[in-house]
Design a binder for this molecule. Structure first.
Ligand SMILES: Cc1cc2nc3c(=O)[nH]c(=O)nc-3n(C[C@H](O)[C@H](O)[C@H](O)COP(=O)(O)OP(=O)(O)OC[C@H]3O[C@@H](n4cnc5c(N)ncnc54)[C@H](O)[C@@H]3O)c2cc1C
Length: 564
């Protein structure tokens, strides 16, 4: 149920410790639904309300490399940033967890084999039908050939969720499962505890009055920047010397993906190119074809993980953005400024409606006008560096007593060379496969550092509370538990040591599935949600779970691998 005041919350059942989840975004709502489905009493505390909300402009600042996501890539409302996101799900690859000697700080305390078994149950819990999870099946279903770029590359598909807003996706568990209580409009500002055990969280509503909510288990799921902000703030609490006080890693290793165009594409045959690389529609789901190097090729070349995709820019692109925003606002009954303007601009798509529908229904593709210009974009991993960090400014506090958060985003590894090496190989592959010509940005080709200024962040904020082997190495352990505590776990991409080339949220949710299994001692592949979701999961085969390991992988060493 939804509550707006602490007084309304149902009292804890004596002897039944409640799980307190801080943040009702992607991982917070998912964790709450999973835990309630397994019989746990859960209280979710959400700073925002039902309508789309933002963080107050004076509650954050960006120093160092410019970062737009801190301002426009976060939402403060029920559903969190899923009310803004695209909902593209992508898995990480083995190399992302392996620890690479050409990428210092990349070693995770768990391996791909520890995470991979949780991808399938996570798809299933998110209502993604299993028949759409095999790329070959999808290509067959849309009567298309999977493009081939040579043995060093993989063309893979990302999958969009049909119901991306988690407030909508989990509406039934939130409103219909009495084991979940969601307190909106309340900000978590502190913790109480003894030794390593948390006993309560302090929350404040709009009037600023503090309340304590007791629990037995605490899951911090406030988003990358707010996770670090709350832990950094409470580390200075004089009332209880929290176990994470003095952890040197707190706030460090902030990362995002570097994203943006790296060149223009001039296809040999435009129609063929569009068939290969426009977004696909199959079984009611949408997919985007993307390109990455194989793990073997990345290791051989000792470069960071990068993906490429093609963006089609035409006169309808802008109208489509407005149409999507309008439809989302209308669908979720959200109040948003400028609805009239949105509707007026959406009308620009009217004359394309027929080709759009024909392409969608008959050709299983999203329509792209033949006049469209094509740009190749990258989404690139960057080096995890301790100097790239989230800090707090105790001099400036908000109405809830939380300090202003300052983001100092920094690069400084081998990003330029990695992106250039990747782009040059794609250029060669497009030419030799007779797909077309890629004209790479001159600054990138010449490896001018200015090129990196042309790339922005991609709203994939990660790090700040990274996973480590010990408190000298990270903030949380392999089970996401804050070092030194018995019952505080951190959810979300803030625990990532590295970011892969893949969008981060699906792996953050899969790690949540893994944690819920760990906490409840149950096997997620055998569990169904208590309440059906809006997008009904299809009947599934048994899990493709791989055996679990308990040790970290040895680092991959570039020098041990043959050079091309
Ligand atoms: C435009 C856009 C497109 C994106 N597309 C994709 C995509 O396609 N695929 C992908 O993987 N990722 C995508 N992302 C990123 C994705 O949205 C985030 O990675 C994801 O939502 C993070 O989930 P989270 O639960 O950690 O945080 P959030 O979803 O941000 O939720 C955190 C919640 O915690 C609440 N909160 C914060 N502080 C407190 C506090 N002190 N007390 C109580 N509550 C608090 C916030 O109000 C918020 O509701 C996109 C992001 C944007 C902006």
């Amino acid at each position: 149920m939804l509550y707006q005041s602490v007084a309304e919350l149902p009292a804890a059942v004596p002897g039944v410790p409640r799980v307190i989840v801080i943040g009702a975004g992607a991982v917070g709502l998912y964790a709450a639904a999973q835990l309630a489905a397994r019989g746990r009493e859960v209280v979710v505390i959400e700073a925002g309300n039902r309508d789309l909300g933002r963080f107050a402009a004076d509650s954050f600042a960006s120093e160092g490399r410019a970062h737009t996501g801190i301002r426009i890539g976060r939402a403060r409302n029920l559903g969190g940033t899923t009310s803004l996101w695209g909902g593209q799900l992508v898995e990480f690859q083995p190399i992302d967890f392996a620890g690479r000697d050409w990428l210092p700080g990349s070693s995770w305390p768990l391996r791909y084999e520890d995470v991979a078994p949780y991808y399938l149950p996570t798809y299933r819990n998110l209502g993604m039908p299993e028949r759409i999870l095999d790329d070959n099946e999808v290509w067959r279903g849309v009567s298309g050939d999977r493009p081939y770029f040579g043995p060093a590359f993989e063309v893979f598909l990302t999958r969009w969720m049909p119901v991306p807003n988690f407030a909508e996706l989990f509406e039934q568990p939130i409103l219909g499962d009495r084991r979940i209580s969601v307190l909106t409009g309340h900000v978590a500002t502190g913790f109480r505890g003894t030794g390593g055990r948390l006993t309560a969280v302090r929350v404040a509503g709009e009037n600023g009055e503090p309340h304590w909510i007791e629990g037995g288990l605490f899951l911090l799921a406030a988003g990358t920047i707010e996770n670090a902000r709350l832990l950094l703030h409470t580390a200075q609490d004089l009332a209880w010397p929290v176990p994470w006080r003095g952890n040197p890693n707190l706030g460090r290793y902030f990362q995002d993906h570097l994203g943006g165009p790296v060149g223009s594409v001039h296809p040999a045959d435009k129609r063929r190119f569009f068939r290969m690389f426009s977004n696909l529609v199959f079984a009611g789901n949408k997919f985007q074809p993307k390109i990455r190097l194989t793990n073997e090729a990345l290791s051989r070349q000792a470069i960071y993980n990068t993906q490429a995709f093609f963006a089609f820019e035409s006169e309808i692109s802008e109208h489509m953005v407005y149409l999507k925003q309008f439809l989302k606002a209308a669908l979720y009954g959200r109040k948003t400024a400028g609805m009239g303007e949105l509707l007026r601009r959406s009308a620009g798509t009217a004359r394309y409606l027929l080709p759009l529908m024909w392409k969608y229904v008959w050709d299983h593709r999203v329509f792209v006008p033949t006049t469209a210009k094509i740009a190749m974009h990258v989404q690139a991993e960057h080096a995890p560096r301790p100097e790239s960090r989230i800090l707090i400014d105790q001099e400036h506090k908000d109405a809830f007593g939380l300090p202003r958060v300052i983001l100092d985003w920094r690069l400084g590894g081998d990003e330029l060379n990695s992106i250039r090496t990747f782009a040059v190989q794609i250029g060669e592959a497009t030419r030799s496969a007779a797909i077309g010509e890629l004209r790479i940005d001159e600054d990138l080709l010449a490896e001018r550092p200015e090129f990196l200024e042309k790339l922005g962040d991609t709203y994939h904020q990660s790090g700040g509370t990274v996973m480590g082997a010990s408190d000298q190495d990270g903030v949380v352990d392999r089970n996401l538990r804050v070092f030194g505590t018995e019952n505080l776990h951190v959810l979300g991409a803030s625990v990532f040591r590295t970011t892969s080339n893949a969008n981060v949220t699906f792996t953050a949710i899969a790690l949540t599935t893994r944690l819920v299994d760990h906490l409840t001692g149950e096997d997620s592949s055998a569990v169904r949600l208590a309440q059906p979701l809006r997008a009904c999961p299809e009947e599934t085969r048994s899990s493709r779970a791989a055996p679990q390991s308990t040790t970290a992988a040895p680092a991959l060493r570039a020098r041990d691998l043959p050079r091309p």
